[in-house]
Design a protein around this ligand. Sequence first.
Ligand code: URP
Ligand code: ZN
Ligand code: ZN
Length: 475
Amino acid sequence: MLTLIKNGTLVTEDKSQVGDLLIEDEKIIKIAEKINHGENMEVIDASGLFVLPGGVDVHVHLDLPMFGTVSSDDHYTGTKAAAFGGTTTVIDFISQDSDDLLKNVKELKEKAASKAAVDYSFHANITHLTETVEKDIPLLVKEGITSLKVFTAYNNRLRLQDGEIFKVMRIARDNGILTMLHAENGDVIEIMVKEAVEAQHLSPDWHAKTRPSWGAVESVMRASAISAMADAPLYIVHMNAGGEVDLLEYAQTHGLKVFGETCPQYLFFTEDDLAKADGAKWICSPPMRTKQDQLRLWQGLETGIVQTIATDHCPFFYDGSTPITYEGNSIAIPGKELGKGDFTKIPNGLPGVGDRMPILWTEMVVSGRFTVNQFVKLTCTNPAKLFGMYPQKGTLQTGSDADLVLWDPNKKLQYGIAYSQQRTDYNLYEGWKLNGYPVSVYSRGELIVEQGRWLGKPGRGKFISRKTFTSDCLG
Ligand code: URP
Ligand code: ZN
Ligand code: ZN
């Protein structure tokens, strides 16, 4: 099957040019200024549209159990929402619920296989280190999993001690695995949460007050120092504080292979949003910070200190006692209301996988602050490169998967829950005016979204077995 996309503006991280792109089955087989129609070719006129590589969101949580409930997008609904927003590859996390890492891998692979509607992969959380786990980490590579996540927060649940992080980083380094870090100070948080509860400070804004940004900053410094001592690369997830950018820059200027990710919520919202009547909607960890932090994060993106924008998509219903209609069925999943009157019981996380590309297009490209090439680099190419999927994903090249987004720069709309397909009852960007939107989305050559119509199906997404990390991957 051949599909010819004609006269679109083809965009990669370093160039934009009007041209044609030919797809055969799942792959891009030719890109040129002009490709002649052949027999048995479906021809799509992309005049006036941008043709972008499908977005790559390297930080999502699907079907994640938390606080007695579960995040409300599973591997079907979350990947469908991703597709509607122009994202065609996601990376989810494997929780470590035993010493047997490979069992956890097998279980999540089985769960996702029949559900995912776009391509996906997994990172492995390492949250309990034993000799068995140390021996098993290298085996992840054979499973196509070449990144793991460690935490300096969530005491007695997910956190590793510094020496354990050092050990994990060395094992990861020896096996071409990239270590990712959740940077917060678990000890300080534990004390501050206890004191807040004792003082009956239970409203959502106390979530941010009990997780100070200095904890994130010192954790980035600490982990960067550990990465230097372990001679291992490091990737900081969900950067939220300006000081994290400062410390990442410090580490980079000292020659360390340290990389950073931020997420839209940290670029657009502040701790003031948690103080609103519906502040629970903004509860995630790490929390929102201040306007100054936002400015430094934007600078980090502009100057290349921060290399990717992911989402940390982990939605919950705001009111999980009231059903919504999803694909014609009524559904309600317990959510933020579990913590009504006590912020410590509000499930942490928010929706974003479908919002990322459309919101950032307007805020980055239309605003004139970033070029369309920088947009592609931060949301598609760098994520694919850092996580061993390039050039299969994240670019438009002969031989790449035909994951494409036809983007209409002239489409104007008022965004919100009527557009986003995330399976929850609210959208953080409700009412935002957008200029530009994805109109057609292809995943491995298959048209799965067309003018707001869903043509994909559960189970069509494939697991992407990723290459090992190399420190020159960003070129
Ligand atoms: O609040 C969030 N982001 N929940 C997901 C877990 C994490 O640490 O990324
Ligand atoms: Zn995290
Ligand atoms: Zn996360």
